[in-house]
Structures are given as structure tokens and as C-alpha cells.
Design a protein around this ligand. Sequence first.
Ligand code: F6P
Length: 340
Amino acid sequence: MKIGILTGGGDCPGLNPAIRGAYLRAADFKDEVIGILNGWKGLLEKETISLSLKDIDEITSHGGTILGTTRVNPAKHKENGLKICYENFKALNLDAIIAMGGEDTLGIANKLFSEFNLPIVGVPKTMDNDLSCTDYTFGFDTSVTVAIDALDRLRDTGRSHRRIMVLEVMGRHAGWVALFTAIGAGADWVLIPEIEPDLDKMCKHLIKAKERKGYALVVVSEGIKIKVDKEERLDEFGHMILQKRGVGKIIADEIEKKTGIETRLSVIGHIQRGGPPTLFDRILGLRVGVAAVEFVHQGKFGTMAALVGNKIIPVPLIEASGKLKLVDEYWYNLANILFK
Ligand code: F6P
């Protein structure tokens, strides 16, 4: 078989292990593997490279993606973009595509499968961990590990200067990164997109925490629902570029005003999306990459290789990309138990 692999949307640690897993499993079947460069843009423009063992030998510890990525949406980027993708798939003599991405990339994969019957298998990736039908996505564990390290460092300054330290983390629609960072690093409060911020309640609690410990730590997700007076720029999938909203600054200023305690903000931004993947992301990436090739050979098209329990199983792309997995009550309540 001739299989094309592409990576779309934001890069994240675990993509390279997934590419490696797919390549190595494909080698068992004597498949030819090509890399489609820069997400769906590569299929629109027939930009590909042929992959060899040499290309994937050393990438297990590398963040990012050797195939490059963009947020190009074929349905918006060019007239008849989806049809062009289908025609180029044929012109490249491909038998199947493995698309690695989040809700946007897999949404396009689902359209190409359902509207053009294109043989496609999805691999879930996103540091946001907000894809449905899979317990975790690779990228998430590394991002939270980096954010926890940042908060541990901020604690030192908070304790030394007797300040409130605010850390703004990524997470477009879902607060998983913020919530797990807050739980993992022992923060005093967390603000996530799913829950409307109650600033008075938060400030009361921060004053109490500061009285006891001498400092307090707050984690803010970039996607929280507060009013921001800034022009909003959208990407091709219609998503706002959230970092430019600067919600961390608004929250830190508000905390300082309401509590009278010196407060500082740090925004870790893309630092949390780069660097070597953690063990969890390496293993998960490798497993879903291997499974995707197996699903191709089993003809399980229109599916995504999902982690459910400790197994990798095929789930329908339409379900995985149709609805986001948001923070639920259990997880939010767990964090609240810890805020004393
Ligand atoms: O989708 C992953 C993510 O890191 C989000 O958490 C964030 O809002 C967005 O990507 C940032 O995208 P970009 O790198 O295109 O600015």
C-alpha cells in the first residue's frame, strides 16, 4: 500500500513518536510511506516527501513534527478545496491517509471520508486534551508537565516576595491543562473556560491562603469567558487567537485591586507546547501511530485510533470530531476539594 501521513493544527510533543510508530508498523507490511507536508496545505498543493527509516530513526525524543503543520482549512482556503484534496489523493496514487490532528484536522478528515469516501484514519493529537472518544491525547501530558514546572518555580518567588503569582496557560475551549496544572502543582485557585469566573469568591480565598502561607498561586486558562476589549483575529477554522486576549493580565490586575496584595503574572504560551515528549506522550504517540496503520490494513476507514482504558480501539471519526470533551463536574469538584 502507499500511505500518506499528515499532521495538522498546533504542533505538540508526541507527533514525532506517532509518525515513527506509523512508519515502523507500515514497514512490517512493506508499505510505502509518504509525508504530506504542512497539514492539509500539503495535500492541496501536492507537497510531499518520501519517508525512509533514516528520517524517523531519532525522532522519538523530538517535540514538534518533522512533517510541518499549518491551520489551513481546505474548505476555506481554496474554492472546492475538499475536492482538490480528493483529486490530489488520486494523483499521488495513495491508498490511504493517516491524519494526525485535533478537532479541526479530524473534522476535515471526517468530511473527506463521508463526502468523498476517501480512505482515511485519524490519530488524535492535542495539548488541549479536548477530543471526544479518547481518554487522553498525546501532547497534553507534556504540556501539563511543563506548566507544573513553571508553577513550582513561581511558588519560589511568591513565597520569597509574599505575592500572589498568576500563571496563564493555553487551552482553547477546555480547561484540562489549567485544571491538571493547578491540581498537580497545588495551586490555590483555577479559572477555566467551562466555569464562569467568580472573582469575589476567588479573591476572598486568596486572601485566606496568603494569610496562612504568605503567598498564593492562581492558574488561568487563556480561554476563560470574560469580556476583553480587543480586536479579535480569527484563523481559517474561525478560532480566535486567544493569547492576544491577555486574560491573565486582566485577572492579575483585578486580583491586586480587590485583595491589595502585590500580584504578578506569567504567561508560558508556546513553551508548554515544545520540547521532548514525556514518557506517556511517547508511548501513546507510538501506540496510536502503530494502530492507525493496522486500521488501514483492516479497512477500518473513517475511524480514529483512540485510547480507551488501556486499549487502542477504532472509534468513528464523526463522533470524535463532532463534539469537544470539556472538563466535567467530577474533575472540577476534585480541584475544589484541594483549595483550602
Ligand atoms: O490547539 C492547541 C493550542 O495550543 C491552543 O491551546 C491554543 O489556543 C492554540 O493552539 C494556539 O495556536 P497557535 O499556535 O496557532 O497560536
